[in-house]
Design a binder for this molecule. Structure first.
Ligand SMILES: [Zn+2]
Length: 65
């Protein structure tokens, strides 16, 4: 298992979204769900991002440990 962490500090105090997964695909699926909740509340301006854009954003910002 790896832990994937996505830190968002865009306009608010840093908030870390973490998921545990066996690999990138599983992590992405989980991260899409968790990050969507965060985006809906904090970044409604990003609601128009396509799923592809969201995936690109997540995979370029997450760290694996
Ligand atoms: Zn945020």
């Amino acid at each position: 298992m790896m832990t994937y962490s996505l830190v968002c500090a865009d306009g608010h105090d840093p908030e870390t979204i973490t998921v545990e997964a066996m690999g990138d695909e599983e992590a992405m699926t989980k991260m899409m769900v968790k990050s969507k909740a965060h985006l809906d509340v904090n970044h409604s301006e990003m609601a128009s991002m396509t799923e592809e854009q969201s995936r690109a954003f997540i995979s370029s910002h997450w760290t694996k440990t």
